[in-house]
Design a binder for this molecule. Structure first.
Ligand SMILES: [Zn+2]
Length: 251
């Protein structure tokens, strides 16, 4: 497996303070030289999870887990070391050299496509919300007192009818397997492609890098189920993302 040089890994580590990174997942409080919080890796009521800004490491006195900023990210995000380096490099605007056998991998390519499908869908749903056909959804958000700033910041949207999203995705050149993998469209027994979310208020769910990984969809009336969520897929794992479901853009 390809890897980055030690120099670049060091640079990435030094430009990402572990306290900043851990704080995105754990509420930390300073106590003496270290920070403490509730361990995200085991269930506890009093904080035994510590972070040392001097040593740039974390350690849990409860379950024994510990390591540096990369270890923390691999564990909390369920990603591998290379992905953790990439994530932190991006955050610090460090340009990484290309790793050849990384993107060659068919799985990585499919993942990249699914992120693109999700990104397009989020934009499509959001724009839909402002169309005349979305009158019912517009009334709903008004009733809920969601300001336009909130709608924009959270990229809240509205899903259309039968296979509207599917058709749009095909127009964008996505392949059926990429679309199906996103979980946004299902194929029925007769081979028809049908949007998973129809006539629902849409909430994109993003990872720490701001990539859309899943959606939640709410009905506008009292019909059931009130909410549906994306199924687990190549970019979305409920267990892994449970700790930090937050929106793409901050408000
Ligand atoms: Zn622990």
């Amino acid at each position: 497996m390809a890897r980055y040089s030690d120099e670049i890994i060091d640079e990435v580590r030094q430009t990402n303070d572990i306290v900043d990174i851990v704080s995105q997942y754990v509420h930390l409080k300073r106590s003496g030289r270290n920070y403490f919080g509730l361990c995200p890796f085991h269930n506890e009521k009093s904080p035994s999870f510590s972070v040392s800004p001097e040593k740039q490491i974390f350690h849990c006195f409860g379950c024994g887990v510990g390591g540096n900023v990369f270890t923390f990210l691999t564990k909390i995000e369920g990603i591998n070391f290379v992905e953790a380096v990439q994530m932190l490099a991006e955050r610090a605007n460090i340009q990484l050299p290309a790793l050849d056998n990384n993107l060659d991998n068919a799985k990585e390519q499919l993942k990249a496509k699914v992120y693109k499908v999700n990104e397009f869908a989020a934009k499509y749903y959001h724009e839909n919300l402002y169309k005349p056909e979305a009158k019912e959804a517009q009334e709903y958000v008004k009733k809920r007192k969601l300001s336009n700033d909130t709608l924009i910041a959270f990229q809240i949207g509205f899903s259309g009818k039968f296979d509207e999203l599917y058709k749009e995705l095909k127009k964008q050149g996505f392949e059926d397997r990429e679309i199906l993998e996103s979980g946004l469209v299902n194929r029925n027994d007769r081979g028809q492609y049908i949007d998973r979310y129809r006539n629902r208020l849409m909430f994109p769910i993003c990872d720490v890098r701001g990539r859309v990984i899943a959606f939640g969809g709410r009905v506008l009336d009292d019909s059931k189920p009130k909410y549906i969520n994306s199924p687990e897929n190549i970019v979305y794992s409920k267990g892994r993302h449970l700790f930090r479901i937050k929106c793409c853009k901050k408000i």
